[in-house]
Design a protein around this ligand. Structure first.
Ligand code: COA
Length: 425
């Protein structure tokens, strides 16, 4: 018994944003049926290919624990199969370009006619308004959602982040919308539309920067490094380098080995409550009570000097030694971990956050497991499906096709090249 056991998801998603959402639902126990175009499938199967002939990591890492059925949604028999799926499923999740679902004949009104209990969940680039018809990818969302303008250094251009906050971030938002709609349906018996726009999702994650935009009306943002450096503020929330967003001064500092290792750095926060500990650790006990250093406001115009001194100390230690020394003293620090270090981290393997998965085409590979742990709904990460691997099984077991009817659908060509299970051959 898993948290979402019994929930059937018609997964009409592709690329990243939608698949991350339905993958989470699958990990929580939903039966996720991924509908793919016959012979083609999700475009990511063949993007960034590393093992020739095998599904790419792009696809395999975003589509765990799902079943795959091939359906041509523009063919009459394909539409018939899809209609039966809509009737059987609790949720349809999609992230097509705006209008694509309507053009297929499966818009919101059509879906409600087929199954009034269905929840239709969509990722779109923008919400209703002048950009609603745009196709949108990750970095467009990062730019339009306010993240890029507030990321990077003051004297450099806007930057996008490596974390896929537009795609995977919006997938997370959508998953929450879906389980909330399922919860409400328990009381009303009705389905509803759930929309997560990528611009909105990114803005939600950039919330503190809109906070700062409004604070600018009351004066400069004291906790930003540029304040202490005497650089005037403009009209919009500026880029703040590696300043911490919460008001406690923080920077990324070099550690031992930085000359050759691009990730020999630590994040270091001079948290006000542990200022004395910071002074002791870095060998500046005189700063504890010194005028101009003892209180946070006094230190604001000396942050460069202070962090230079901290860095002189961190450069004598590895990033892990910094962690080991500072943690017991409640000084917030964090090593800059490379993806190599994360892949090899035994702790992340133990918690199932990094998992090794076996795949028939590509062999063993690493994936990120479920990042949300439920004590009563354990997650077992299963490999992603091959294209159309479960077409016959879904037609027969979920949709009840059998005998001549089954043969008619299979021979129509609308469901791809069906591999029949042994018993049916
Ligand atoms: N059978 C037949 N046709 C299918 C099909 C199937 N099983 N699955 C999809 N198609 C068709 C669609 O109906 C559409 O046809 P149409 O344009 O004639 O109506 C076509 O495939 C292309 O779909 P589309 O979504 O437009 O794909 P795209 O590759 O052109 O655009 C995105 C990709 C991601 C830009 C776009 O889907 C989008 O903006 N999605 C919303 C935002 C989003 O999720 N972006 C992030 C992705 S990680």
């Amino acid at each position: 018994m898993k948290a979402l056991s019994g929930v059937k998801i018609l997964d009409f998603t592709h690329v990243q944003s939608g698949p991350t959402c339905t993958q989470l639902l699958a990990w929580f126990g939903a039966d996720v049926i991924k509908v793919e175009r016959p012979g083609v499938g999700d475009a990511t199967r063949k993007q960034l290919v590393d093992v020739p002939g095998a599904d790419s990591l792009y696809f395999t890492m975003l589509n765990h624990n799902k079943r795959s059925i091939e359906i041509n949604s523009k063919d009459e028999t394909g539409k018939e199969v899809l209609t039966r799926l809509v009737r059987e499923c609790d949720v349809l999740v999609e992230n097509f370009a705006p209008g694509a679902l309507d053009r297929m004949g499966f818009g919101w009104e059509d879906l409600q006619r087929i199954n009034p209990r269905i929840i239709m969940a969509s990722v779109k680039g923008f919400g209703p308004g002048k950009y609603e018809d745009c196709k949108v990818y990750e970095n467009v969302a990062q730019c339009a959602g306010g993240s890029a303008s507030t990321t990077g250094f003051l004297d450099g251009p806007p930057l996008v982040t490596g974390a896929q906050i537009g795609d995977s971030g919006t997938g997370l938002h959508l998953a929450l919308g879906i389980v909330t709609a399922l919860f409400q349906r328990e009381k009303t018996g009705r389905g509803q539309k759930v929309l997560a726009a990528m611009q909105d999702g990114v803005l939600n994650l950039s919330r503190v920067k809109l906070r700062d935009q409004q604070r600018l009306a009351s004066g400069p943002l004291n906790e930003y490094s540029q304040f202490g450096e005497g650089i005037p503020f403009g009209e919009a929330t500026p880029r703040a380098g590696n300043d911490s967003g919460g008001g406690q001064p923080g920077r990324i500092l070099k550690c031992k080995g930085w000359e050759t290792d691009p990730n020999a750095y630590t994040y270091f926060i001079t948290q006000a409550a542990v200022w004395k500990n910071v002074c002791d650790v870095i060998g500046k006990p005189e700063w504890k009570e010194a005028e101009g250093y003892a209180t946070p406001p006094e230190r604001l115009d000396k942050l460069n000097e202070i962090f230079d001194a901290v860095e002189q100390w961190t450069m004598t230690k590895t990033k892990f030694e910094v962690m080991d020394i500072c943690n017991p003293l409640n000084i917030p620090v964090g090593p800059i971990l490379s993806m190599k270090e994360i892949a090899e981290d035994p702790g992340l393997r133990e918690t199932g956050t990094v998992v090794e998965v076996d795949h028939p085409e590509r062999g063993k590979y690493l994936s990120v497991g479920c990042p949300i742990k439920l004590s009563d709904s354990e997650v077992t990460v299963e490999r992603s499906p091959l294209l159309g691997e479960h077409t016959a099984e879904i037609l027969a077991e979920v949709l009840g096709y059998s005998g001549d009817e089954f043969d008619r659908v299979v021979k129509s060509g609308a469901v791809g090249d069906v591999k029949l299970p042994d018993a049916a051959e």
